[in-house]
Design a protein around this ligand. Structure first.
Ligand code: ZN
Length: 278
């Protein structure tokens, strides 16, 4: 709208110059300078009245950690609103549709899909070694979603010897702490997906996500509990220990990111709009 108004202002200013030239009684020489005069009006007017910055064409990532096998862990930020939403993919490396949704989200947000009022911190791949190897665990055989310092942390085996023992979970922990989110959204895949699970004060966000996604794909639903223990999970730590809402989006393992995308985008948009108004 501001662009349109600016263009109108430029057109009017140009017209005024042209009219002044036409009605001027100083003769033809003034007309010869008209193009230069008109050209100078638009640039001045546009600079003075345009406050919307040009859209970024690509995300600028920061290295927030390095995996056990030496791969960068990258994060970037979209928007500048007061509500802070942390979005991440890839903590389980074999959940490919979730990982592949990341670039679709980034493209969507670059093209204007960030609602006013929110800042999104996006972690592009929480488990790069696991993604390359197509394993749930990281390169050291640890499930990063069992590595958080919850009351029910269980040491040993795929949980690691102590909380945040892995460089990937430590990097994630530090980046989330630095961002200080109001809400966390983490993308996964399940055989019985798609559904939205939540921990902490996030029920209404999970409901908003599933309702909007469900308009496009009626299989989306909210599952308040998962039927297996999750000691040391990210959801338990941030949701239950710290009281920050966590929405765990469980896509279907049977479908691709592209197949999920229309419904998933609608769900994310609804969740972010709700968060922006919270
Ligand atoms: Zn998972």
């Amino acid at each position: 709208m501001r662009w349109a108004l600016s263009v109108m202002a430029v057109a009017i200013a140009g017209l005024a110059v042209a009219v002044a030239i036409m009605v001027g009684d100083d003769g033809p020489p003034a007309a010869a300078t008209a193009p230069t005069t008109i050209a100078s009006v638009p640039s001045t007017t546009l600079q003075a009245s345009t406050t919307i910055p040009p859209a970024a064409t690509e995300a600028v990532y920061t290295v927030v950690g390095v995996s056990g096998l030496g791969r960068d862990i990258l994060a970037t930020t979209f928007g500048d609103g007061p509500t802070r939403v942390y979005v991440m993919v890839g903590i389980h490396g074999d959940e490919r549709a979730a990982v592949d949704t990341g670039p679709l989200l980034v493209e969507h947000w670059l093209q204007g899909g960030v609602p006013e009022g929110v800042t999104i911190r996006y972690l592009a791949n929480a488990n790069p070694d696991g993604v390359v190897a197509a394993t749930r665990v990281n390169g050291a055989g640890v499930d990063l979603n069992r590595s958080f310092p919850t009351d029910d942390f269980e040491p040993g085996g795929e949980h690691g010897e102590y909380p945040l023992s892995e460089p990937e979970s430590a990097a994630l922990f530090a980046d989330i702490a630095a961002f200080a989110p109001d809400l966390i959204v983490t993308l996964h895949c399940e055989w019985n997906g798609p559904f939205a699970n939540y921990d902490g004060p996030a029920e209404r966000y999970a409901e908003a996500f599933a309702a909007a996604a469900g308009v496009i794909d009626s299989e989306w639903r909210v599952e308040p509990e998962v039927p297996y223990p999750t000691p040391g999970s990210l959801g338990t730590y941030y949701g239950k220990t710290l009281g920050i809402g966590v929405v765990t989006v469980e896509m279907s393992r049977l479908r691709t990111a592209a197949e999920h995308w229309p419904a998933l985008r609608a769900g994310i948009d609804a969740l972010l709009v709700l968060a922006a108004g919270a």
